[in-house]
Ligand binder design. Structure first.
Ligand code: NAP
Length: 225
């Protein structure tokens, strides 16, 4: 039975990924930072860990909590959005909240899980966004969020460069009906998670070097950086 680690799975896309992987027979280790989130995940049948990715002290405990694990697939899902445009500069607190969650957390937890993913020659996927694509950006809306996802994409590239034994990639989940995506989004969490799973399962099966350091859409199409 393969093992997936989902970091930031209390609700939204992460929670739906947990539900679907459990339904598919995977062993799911899922993290949340709140009691309610942890309870929801336990009720699904996931093994749970408390993790606040914006808190270095919390991040530093991840590797011992996962001591001895072999992980086939690790997905960094946690994220927060800021919708201010580029002409409306962020406060330092807002900058820190978004960059700590979307970037620092990934930079602190991924090195801890690399050895466990190396055991299976598996995959580390970061849930990024097309809004982090420099080439595709023609609007300054949600500027800080775009900056954070572009930075997360670079975390993927740097990690891949140092870790040739695992596949590290960035993946866009589509525009999804979650608290973040809102009701007008075209994809349900079920559709997004299903498509993400199919793409990531294919990548795990193929172990094709072309997926190393890639930036992909949820359906597997390559996205421009
Ligand atoms: N929805 C979209 O249209 C869309 C599009 C492109 C990319 N994305 C990306 O997809 C990912 C999931 O988004 P979503 O739509 O599912 O959003 P969501 O419903 O707002 O869920 C966000 C998730 O991130 C977790 N999180 C936030 N800060 C955290 C922290 N400090 N530590 C641990 N977990 C934290 C939340 O946990 P709490 O419950 O504790 O807050 C929650 O589980 C994000 O990275 C987002 O940027 C979403």
């Amino acid at each position: 039975m393969p093992t997936v680690l989902l970091m930031g799975a209390s609700r939204g896309i992460g929670f739906e990924l947990a539900r679907q992987y459990i339904q598919e027979g995977w062993r799911v280790i899922a993290t949340a930072r709140s009691d309610e989130g942890l309870e929801r995940l336990k009720a699904l049948g996931a093994q749970t860990l408390r993790l606040d990715v914006a808190n270095p002290a919390s991040n530093s405990g991840l590797s011992w909590q996962l001591d001895g694990e072999k992980i086939d697939l690790a997905i960094y899902v946690a994220g927060v959005v800021d919708r201010n445009s580029a002409s409306n500069p962020p406060t330092r607190d807002r900058f820190d909240a978004v960059m700590h969650t979307n970037v620092m957390g990934a930079m602190q937890v991924i090195p801890q899980i690399v050895p466990m993913v190396q055991e299976t020659k598996g995959v580390i996927a970061c849930i990024s966004s097309i809004m982090g694509s420099q080439q595709e950006t023609t609007s300054g809306n949600a500027a800080l969020y775009r900056v954070s996802k572009a930075a997360l994409n670079m975390v993927v590239r740097c990690t891949q460069a140092e870790q040739p034994d695992v596949t590290v990639l960035a993946i866009h989940p589509g525009w999804v009906q979650t608290d973040m995506g809102g009701a007008a989004a075209p994809l349900t969490p079920e559709q997004s998670a299903s498509s993400l799973r199919q793409t990531l399962n294919r990548i795990l099966e193929q172990r094709d070097p072309k997926h190393r350091g890639a930036f992909l859409n949820h359906d597997g199409q390559t996205l421009p950086w």
